[in-house]
Design a protein around this ligand. Sequence first.
Ligand code: URA
Length: 204
Amino acid sequence: PPAVSPGQDPAHTLEELARATDRCRDCPIGEHATQSVFGEGPLHPALMLVGEQPGDQEDLAGHPFVGPAGQLLDRALEALGWSRDALYLTNAVKHFKFELRGTRRIHKSPGQREVLACQQWLEREIAVVRPRAFVALGATAARALVGRAVPVMTERGQWLAGPEGVPVLVTLHPSALLRGDPAERESQWQAWLTDLALASRYLS
Ligand code: URA
């Protein structure tokens, strides 16, 4: 017999969790999304990056951070010299929430109800992946990891205590930079890289 039964194999457990989130109807948004978008990356990584929820493109592709926010994140990873393959990327909420305007699907931020309904999946994912540290991208992720409302603009660049005391670095969500004042884009970009670079110590 195999040394590790399928039910105990962490990679298999993650696949099962991904399938279970796809079927999840604990809140209404799963009904309308194309599919759930579960986290991706290695087990026991140095860092788990947590976003808010999949966007339009992630919903269609079934992979996290592949749309405009993901492309900005990729540019940051490149600037920092971090390999995306070494990181585990996920979201606090696993389904895309949107409002239909004609044929366009307009992103809607998840409410506390959806975040709380999805909390069990994030916790189970963390228990299997077991990162050394987290990066919370934006307020939704920060709240889900730290367990209280985190004012991102005042606590950005700080390490807070996350699940089981594992450190959480708080910073902005890439979409906040995309939406930001164009005149401040360059300074916001540099400030974001400065925040993120604080997590480099876990990657060496
Ligand atoms: N925004 C997120 O928070 N997560 C994604 O996967 C894509 C966009």
